[in-house]
Write a protein that binds this ligand. Structure first.
Ligand code: SF4
Length: 166
């Protein structure tokens, strides 16, 4: 797949232009705050973007730093982020993430540009890649039953683990 990366990114960019920005991209563009991007990302898993946006807004009004979020009671976080999917588990995870950020990373979200994906994706695509994949995942390559028949990169995809598609 990586040898066709230029063609694939070009096709994805063209195809994804018609979809709205994912909530995490909106948070990133509006706030430029890696902490808020990380927290929104956790909230957004298995949750509709509209629900995530409202929950993130309520949460950030109360706590917009790891230190403030860690001071909130678990029940309070649960109430603020409800009804995002798995809100109880996420509330617990958010506290753990904040604890780690403070204790291990000095309260900053670490920059992981050195990890796996960045080694196979050329640097010129780093900025756009996540946004493209999220949009594509929300609209075409859906987790339960991807729309392979409409997929612009179908011929490049090995379809690993795809058991059911449309
Ligand atoms: S699984 Fe289907 S929809 Fe997803 S990238 Fe591959 S061909 Fe496209």
């Amino acid at each position: 797949m990586t040898k066709n990366i230029d063609k694939i990114i070009k096709l994805l960019k063209k195809d994804c232009g018609k979809y709205t920005n994912p909530i995490v991209t909106e948070v990133s563009d509006l706030t430029k705050d890696p902490f808020k991007v990380l927290i929104s990302c956790v909230l957004s898993l298995r949750t509709k973007d509209q629900t995530t946006a409202k929950a993130a807004k309520r949460l950030f009004e109360k706590a917009d730093t790891p230190q403030k979020l860690l001071k909130l009671y678990l029940k309070e976080i649960e109430k603020l982020i409800y009804p995002v999917g798995f809100y109880k588990t996420k509330a617990r995870n958010l506290k753990e993430i904040c604890k780690d950020l403070i204790e291990i990373y000095n309260g900053e979200v670490p920059n992981d540009f050195e990890d796996k994906l960045m080694k196979v994706i050329p640097k010129k695509y780093w900025h756009d890649y996540n946004d493209l994949l999220v949009k594509f995942g929300q609209n075409v390559c859906l987790s339960v039953s991807p729309l392979c028949s409409k997929c612009v990169v179908n011929k490049y995809c090995p379809k690993i683990g795809v058991k059911r598609s449309r």
